[in-house]
Write a protein that binds this ligand. Structure first.
Ligand code: COA
Ligand code: AMP
Length: 631
């Protein structure tokens, strides 16, 4: 009943509800208006309030009895390094990094790109930007220079912070040459590149824009926290959209702090002093919200893990970390669990560790199959909770609530709407659908605090991408349905976004790279179901006359996607077909294509120009997918 009361309260009296949550935050100045609209007719939370997110995440706890509590455990199986930082140590180092950035001219409102591996200095750099009121934009290390350059051109950072290298299992990934390439490719040039030297491999010749991170802070003076408006941006996080260009999701300071703090208490059941671990990467929203900001805003301890669920060194690594740091709640992607299960189907590693600290296991980032969820639940003997959200929301939209009231579990469902989210299933015409009917997952405006107020420098794009399909609603891009009791089931994206190993990628972006190959006349990239990664990209190409072998062309296309987008795009399947399924007016039938590739039943539209192509694609694609899925 608690959930029901809380949920209704959040929708009936949103301003009162969120003001009560805001009262738990140490503002410099309270809001003039809890909820208002800005000059672009967009909702804003806590207008007029002043705060500083780095203060709330660090200084506040130092001043309120948590100075010596561990704020961060860093565990890096790939370098065999383990470190820990107390709240005081974190605050002091962040204040110095902020001082170093200030000396480089970074000030309130400036943007800073952070392209770093999973090291403490990455988190600290994010917090140092927040301390100055500067806006960080973290770019995931698996993206190629071209992608980094696109983000540089859009965010126009004053400086870029990077590290000499990252490590992928046993392979050193030199970041600095990629940054230099991105600096060449970008039209906009950041003034300086600040490099944290990890001393892991050969030194790369320095450029005249280079600054050594350690040297910068050795000369720096600590700086305090700059008060910012609650509505000022804290960060920009680029995410794949349905065009070739990523979208700069904007996050504000005040609403974000209020929402994340609430989520820790209400959803995850985390109190100050507890240990929380999100096994993600700081380049994704999960990393922003639940490695960096939410645990620290709560006065909890966070874990930064530089490794993989398997191969660093084996499938026991997650359980070792939980037991070493007495993790109370853990969050990861279903792919990680599928990878572990493949290596350790009987859970022999799990039995070797004392996991008594672990109370709840959360999963998100992609659809979780019931089989994986059930397996994990049986192994851990604790509630395993699949919850749903996205970069845009910044925190869960559908979840169970073990922090306050554990609802019954319905396998396959991501449970119920989180307080603050008025979630509806709409039909094509915008009318609300009845229980059991599948439609578009949309949220009635206003969205609660913490969700994106807009896109960076792109109000029109924000409105057209999210608000115009259904007036007065935010459209999530996902399809789904509710049952009679309001439990929601997410059936997947209804657009051209795919989720590969919990990583969100745009098929349109991949198509642009594939189409640029001289032998390609036309192409389509679709998501194919995969038993490990959930989905993998698959390209179908129709070729021009060419003088290379098909295999050569396939290899060149795979290499081009890796060079242009990054290894993370993981396009490994490219198939030649004689033509693509199209309507008589020449439009590619994408929905049909997805269904053919995934062997789903779908009525062949009467508008198709040539029905024979359906069986040709099946014959080309299915044997190859069966092979990778071990079917
Ligand atoms: N920097 C550079 N390259 C990176 C990278 C990074 N930060 N992250 C991944 N890559 C590379 C990988 O090395 C791999 O390259 P390869 O094709 O040469 O082997 C490629 O990008 C694909 O990476 P990934 O999807 O991680 O696949 P994998 O085969 O290396 O690992 C899993 C498989 C299942 C272990 C891994 O996908 C995984 O841990 N998934 C869970 C993801 C997750 O937690 N997501 C959370 C989002 S909420
Ligand atoms: P991202 O913005 O990278 O977090 O990706 C968000 C998208 O991932 C959502 O729009 C969904 O399509 C998908 N997603 C995230 N969590 C889940 C989940 N629990 N179940 C199904 N899909 C999910």
């Amino acid at each position: 009943m608690f959930y029901q009361t809380e949920y209704l309260k959040s929708l009936q009296e949103p301003e009162k509800f969120w003001q009560e949550q805001a009262n738990k935050i140490d503002w410099y100045r309270p809001a003039d208006a809890v909820l208002s609209k800005d000059e672009n007719d967009l909702y804003r939370w806590f207008k007029g309030a002043m705060c500083n997110t780095a203060y709330l995440a660090l200084d506040y706890h130092v001043e309120n009895g948590r100075a010596d509590q561990v704020a961060l455990f860093y565990d890096s199986p790939v370098t065999q390094i383990k470190e820990q930082y107390s709240y005081r140590e974190m605050r002091d180092k962040v204040a110095l990094i902020a001082g170093g950035l200030k000396a480089q001219g970074v000030k309130k409102g400036d943007t800073v790109i952070i392209y770093m591996p999973m090291i403490p200095e990455a988190l600290m750099s994010m917090l140092a930007c927040a301390r100055l009121g500067a806006i960080h934009s973290v770019v995931f290390g698996g993206f190629a220079p071209h992608e980094l350059a696109i983000r540089i051109d859009d965010a126009k950072p004053k400086v870029l912070i990077t590290a000499s290298s990252g490590i992928e299992v046993d392979r050193i990934i030199p970041y600095k040459p990629m940054v230099d390439k991105a600096m060449d490719l970008a039209n906009y040039k950041p003034e300086k590149v600040i490099i944290y030297q990890r001393k892991l491999g050969a030194l790369v010749p320095s450029k005249d824009y280079d600054i050594d991170f350690e040297e910068m802070i050795s000369r720096a003076e600590s700086v305090g926290c700059t008060p910012v408006e609650a509505t000022d941006p804290l960060y920009i996080l680029y995410t794949s959209g349905t065009t070739g260009k990523p979208k700069g999701v904007l996050r504000d300071n005040g609403g974000h702090a209020v929402a994340l703090r609430y989520s820790m208490e209400y959803i995850y059941g985390i109190k100050p002093g507890d240990v929380y671990w999100a096994a993600s990467d700081i380049g994704w929203v999960v990393g922003h919200s639940y490695i960096v900001y939410a645990p620290l805003l709560t006065g909890a301890t966070t874990v930064l893990f530089e490794g993989k669920p398997i191969r660093t060194p084996d499938a026991s690594t997650f359980w070792r970390v939980i037991s070493d740091y007495k993790v109370k709640v853990m969050f990861t992607a279903p792919t990680a669990i599928r990878a572990i299960r493949k290596e350790d189907p009987n859970g022999d590693f799990i039995k070797q560790y004392d996991l008594s600290s672990l109370q709840f296991q959360f999963l998100a980032g992609e659809r979780c199959d019931v089989d994986t969820l059930t397996w994990l639940q049986e192994q851990l003997e604790i509630p395993v909770i699949d919850h749903w959200w996205q970069t845009e929301s910044g925190w869960p939209m559908l979840s169970n609530f073990p922090g306050t009231e554990l609802l019954k579990a319905k396998p396959g469902s991501v449970s119920k709407a989180v307080p603050g989210y008025d979630l509806r299933i709409l039909g094509e015409d915008g009318s609300e659908l009845a229980a059991g009917e599948e439609g578009y997952v949309a949220l009635k405006l206003p969205l609660p605090p913490g969700c994106l107020p807009s896109l960076w420098n792109n109000v029109d794009g924000f409105k057209s991408s999210y608000l115009e399909k259904f007036p007065n609603y935010y459209f999530s891009g996902d399809g789904g349905f509710k049952d009679e009791e309001g439990f929601t089931y997410i059936t997947g994206r209804v657009d051209d976004i795919i989720n590969v190993a919990g990583h969100r990628l745009s098929t349109v972006e991949m198509e642009e790279v594939v189409a640029a190959h001289p032998a390609v006349a036309e192409c389509a990239v679709v998501g194919a179901n995969d038993s490990l990664k959930g989905q993998i990209p698959l390209a179908l190409i129709v070729s021009h006359q060419h003088d290379k072998t098909n295999q050569e062309i396939i290899e060149e296309i795979i290499a081009a996607v890796r060079t242009e987008i990054g290894a993370i795009a993981a396009l490994k399947k490219v198939h030649f077909v004689s033509r693509l399924p199209k309507t008589r007016s020449g439009k590619i039938l994408r929905k049909l294509l997805r269904a053919i590739v995934n062997g789903e039943e779908l009525k062949i539209p009467s508008t198709i120009d040539d029905p024979a192509i359906v069986s040709e694609i099946k014959e080309v694609v299915h044997p190859s997918l069966k092979q990778t899925n071990n079917l």
